[in-house]
Design a protein around this ligand. Structure first.
Ligand SMILES: *Cc1c(COP(=O)(O)O)cnc(C)c1O
Length: 964
């Protein structure tokens, strides 16, 4: 990958990084303070944050570095890693990221700064990229419908098991093939235990295990962790036996292998899962990578995570949007199909584009080379007298070297290759796309072979050859030249509105700056190309970086220890709740299984509690949006002996600092419960208060919100947990690594450090901001939210405020009275904002019929004013509807957003002008993203989501679909 050699130096010492990160300068801040009637930032904090939780001592963090200094620091750390050629396998494989995809997706802010595509009209580019991914996965697995990405392979298998349990009433255990990836087995055990599911690992023969138990699901890894490739007839017989026993069949599989071997959908699997990492996504020391899941027809409404589908806009044009959202946690809460919210969109886009760029022939050719190289090694090793354990394999050769495995692996390492040390007697060699002749020669040398490869024999796929076509859609045939690919990527990203165009004022999601200096280091080869199971001695740079980052996060949150393993906030929640569960169990409190959750909580909270095997009991809110302490007392009394925990978000999802937080913590502790503070809103607290010190026992943080990891269009994320000293023993562990507590809950992610490859982003942010910079960012986030609330106050009611009429870092604008009077809905306002050049705020969360705005510290005063002015202008437009000047069913709000096609059309029958439609903020001048020449044009008009749910299409539509 690119080595960004940075010029040493400190940069402009008068303009530290914090002044680049924080939008308003001193003069602008003064204007904003005056507008909210506060004399200073300190006064604002004193007026809004309860004194009881305020910390006075500055955070103990190293002095702030400049951009140039952090580049040097991270380059030094990257160089302390020795990636070598990764031939360890176990679900992570060397791959070649096509440079055109690396630079124009992974390293392109148009892709990485986008938000989750909840506003589909301004997300058509990434939605198309995701439907390409879904199509590739569905085609390659031979199943009907694939989802838009899961967090990794281990959790994808666990999600598949949950799906099978939900849809299959018979059977009592899940049987796992012994040749399943060891980390997958461990992730499944962690979750199954909490969910009360029995797991059987079939030590000898899967068929025997099926006969001996009463399974509801059977998991087959093919090819296996050992490299073994079962032939199609064997798999078909297995699937038949499983089905006859009433079980669903889950295949954990490899997308590259599937270009050559029979897909699971053709031998009877109901569900296929795996990782798409080897489709061009760097190893990243374990993540982020997109897990995938595909299901046979009939199961699509049970899929976990997001699913992209086709629908239509008001003009009848085909358009994409998220399908079947009623399955998801934000709507179904504890009854959702999964707790997944942030997934792995950016990586799914990379994998999908890899398939687009190579096409079916290119993929077959890459797979063929990988297989031939593996087969040639096996042939030569066999001829030299080594025992090659499996006759059939795709890319992984298992070799017996009794007593000498460690010596061989070490010899290979000296020659630049990481092999898998299976045990004393066996070595695994996994060939990836990146294994060149040098690497192959190094393997031969390690085994003491002379350097002349012999005659190659027949392929080793006997009985498994794929005969069916795949990737037949034109999209997989039309961008094989780099010019074509570049233009396709540009065309798609141009359809989308991301942070590189304008503000994304999303409540609860903290869409702040993702600075280039933070992003660059993730492409350094030392970070990008390291295998997660490389020897610790070759991962010293990561060890140091992760250790420092965990220490800093512990300092920032006031907890005893932090684990970065969870791959998203939702996964942090599950991990944190499982540590609580383990703590109670260790004290003999096996009945403590009730989790109190306020009615306003994020949907993931309830879904995670359900996955942790807890019973959700809802606590009501008072009229000001706080947790109702009276109701809390009642619920505690009722469930005193079963109380496991309360999950509260602080500041609340209503955007206020609740006064009662200390009392809330005390009430729960007195009843023997633990306090989980959802730390997704840490952007309002950082440097001012620490959950670990004001009474909480555990929190997750979202590094993809507060700590500058970009949203990626819906992932990747990192959701570390911080815990108090009494919970440290239960922190997540890993079967192939030393991480976690002595009595850990097991792994919550497939890789020991989760999405390690993006940790340099948060590391760089903290290192460059320093303690003062972080505190200043928090103060400016509070200032910006209060400024927006004050400016909009006379035009829209602001729903909840705390002390002194102030909000925290976000504010909720209540549209319900206006909707009643004018029939204009939050949806109309959200879509109209697109015409003004904005991404909509969060809609109808946590209160239906409202908009939640979180401006963040990174937006300058001009952009904040542009947003406020747009909202004020929209209010005036609503007034004209209320006054009857514009009909309720034909006005710029209900017709929004306006496409170029709509305003250019010869016919224009609306009671407002084309200029009002498309350039509401004026034709000339205008800031970036506003009126005039920088206008963002939505590629489609208002999308009818329901139509797509009734007519579900979740793979690339035929080209005719686009013709009017
Ligand atoms: C974003 C968010 C979550 C979930 O985090 P993910 O990373 O999307 O899983 C949980 N709680 C709150 C309050 C959030 O804002």
């Amino acid at each position: 990958m690119t080595d960004h050699s940075t010029v040493a130096g400190t940069g402009d010492p008068d303009r530290p990084f914090r002044d680049r990160h924080i939008g308003p300068d001193q003069a602008e801040s003064a204007v904003m303070l005056a507008a909210i009637g506060q004399p200073s930032l300190d006064a604002l904090v004193a007026a809004s944050l309860p004194e009881s939780i305020r910390e006075r001592a500055p955070l103990d963090l190293p002095p702030a570095l400049s951009e140039a200094e952090v580049a040097v620091r991270l380059r030094t750390l990257a160089e302390q890693n020795q990636p070598l050629t990764a031939m360890i396998g176990l679900g992570y494989h060397g791959t070649v990221t096509p440079p055109v995809i690396r630079r124009n997706v992974l390293e392109d802010p148009a892709w990485y700064t986008a938000y989750t595509p909840y506003q589909p009209e301004i997300s058509q580019g990434r939605l198309e990229a995701l439907i390409n991914f879904q199509t590739a996965v569905a085609d390659l697995t031979g199943l009907a419908t694939a989802g838009a990405s899961l967090l990794d392979e281990g959790t994808a298998v666990a999600e598949a098991i949950t799906l099978a349990r939900r849809t299959n009433r018979s059977g009592s255990v899940v049987i796992l093939d012994a040749d399943t990836l060891p980390q997958t087995i461990a992730v499944v055990r962690t979750r199954a235990e909490a969910a009360g599911l029995d797991v059987v690992v079939a030590e000898a023969d899967l068929a025997a295990a099926i006969a001996a138990h009463d399974p509801f699901a059977v998991v087959v890894q093919t090819p296996g962790a050992s490299g073994r490739l079962a032939d199609t007839e064997e798999l078909r017989a297995l699937a038949d036996a499983a089905h006859a026993a009433g079980a669903q069949v889950i295949a954990a599989c490899d997308l590259l292998a599937l270009t050559l071997i029979t897909p699971p959908g053709e031998w009877g699997a109901d569900i296929a899962v795996g990782s798409s990492q080897r489709f061009g996504v760097p190893l990243f020391y374990g993540g982020p990578h997109a897990g995938f899941m595909a299901v046979r027809s009939g199961l699509e409404r049970q899929l976990p995570g997001r699913l992209v589908g086709l629908s239509k806009d008001t003009a009848g044009t085909s358009a994409y949007r998220l399908a079947l959202q009623t399955r998801e946690q934000h709507i179904r809460r504890e009854k959702a199909t999964s707790n997944i919210c942030t997934a792995q969109v950016l990586l799914a886009v990379v994998a999908g584009m890899y398939a687009v760029y190579h096409g079916p022939d290119g993929l077959r050719s890459i797979a063929g080379t990988v297989h031939r190289n593996a087969a040639a090694l096996a042939d030569d090793l066999g001829r030299a007298g080594f025992e090659v354990v499996h006759r059939s394999f795709f890319d992984t050769v298992l070799v017996r070297v009794p007593g000498h495995a460690a010596r061989v692996v070490e010899a290979a390492r000296r020659h630049g290759v990481h092999l898998r040390l299976v045990d004393h007697d066996q070595v695994g060699i996994s060939v990836g796309e990146d294994a060149d002749t040098g690497a192959l020669r190094a393997v031969r040398t390690a085994f003491g072979l002379d350097n002349a490869p012999g005659q190659t024999g027949p392929d080793r796929l006997a009985g498994s050859h794929r005969t069916s076509d795949f990737l037949t859609h034109p999209v997989f045939h039309s961008s094989h030249s780099e010019t074509g690919m570049l233009r396709y990527l540009r065309a798609l990203s141009d359809r989308d509105f991301a942070l590189d165009r304008g503000m994304i004022p999303l409540g609860s999601c903290t869409m702040k700056l993702n600075a280039t200096a933070e992003m660059e280091p993730i492409s350094l080869p030392g970070f990008a190309n390291l295998h997660p199971f490389a020897p610790v001695a070759d991962a010293q740079g990561y060890a140091t970086m992760i250790n420092e980052l965990e220490t800093w996060l512990a300092e920032i949150t006031g907890y005893a220890k932090v684990s970065v393993q969870p791959n998203a906030g939702s996964q942090g929640e599950l991990a944190g709740l499982l540590t609580i569960r383990a703590y109670h169990d260790a004290r003999g409190d096996h009945d403590r299984r009730v989790c109190l959750i306020p009615s306003s909580a994020h949907g993931t909270n309830a879904a995670s509690a359900a996955m942790a095997g807890m019973k959700v009991v809802v606590v009501g809110a008072t009229t000001d949006g706080s947790v109702d302490l009276n109701d809390l007392r009642t619920k505690i009394d009722k469930h005193r002996d079963q109380l496991a925990a309360i999950m509260v978000t602080y500041p609340s999802t209503h955007g206020v600092f609740e006064e009662g937080i200390a009392e809330l913590c005390a009430l729960v502790h007195d009843a023997g419960g633990q306090v989980y503070v959802d730390g997704a809103n840490l952007n309002a607290l950082l440097g001012l208060a620490r959950p670990g010190r004001f009474g909480a026992d555990v929190s997750h943080l979202n590094l993809h919100k507060t700590f500058c990891i970009p949203h990626g269009g819906g992932g990747p994320g990192v959701g570390p947990i911080g815990v108090g000293a009494h919970l440290v023993p239960y922190l997540p562990t890993h079967p192939l690594s030393e991480v976690g507590g002595d009595h850990g809950i097991g792994p919550i992610s497939a890789a020991p450090y989760g999405s390690a490859g993006i940790l340099p982003i948060s590391y760089a942010y903290i290192a460059m901001m320093g303690a003062d910079g972080l505190t200043s960012a928090t103060q400016h986030a509070l200032l910006a939210a209060n400024y927006v609330a004050a400016r909009l106050h006379d035009h829209y009611p602001v729903l909840y405020t705390g002390r002194g009429g102030l909000v925290a870092h976000e504010c909720i604008i209540d549209l319900r009275p206006l909707t009643k009077a004018s029939k204009i809905t939050v949806d109309d306002v959200a879509k109209r904002l697109i015409d003004y050049g904005f991404h909509a705020p969060t809609m109808s969360f946590p209160v239906a019929g409202t908009l939640m705005v979180e401006p963040t510290e990174s937006e300058d005063l001009a952009e904040l004013d542009r947003f406020c002015q747009a909202m004020i202008d929209i209010r005036a437009e609503i007034a004209r509807v209320e006054a009857g000047e514009w009909p309720a069913d034909d006005n710029p709000l209900v017709n929004a957003p306006h496409t170029q096609g709509a305003v250019i059309d010869d016919e224009w029958t609306h009671p407002y002008s084309r200029k009002t439609a498309a350039f509401p903020a004026g034709l000339h001048g205008g800031p970036i993203g506003g009126g005039g020449r920088d206008k963002y044009w939505p590629p489609v008009g208002r999308i009818d989501g329901g139509y797509g749910d009734r007519n579900l299409v979740c793979s690339c539509p035929p080209p005719e679909a686009y013709e009017d």
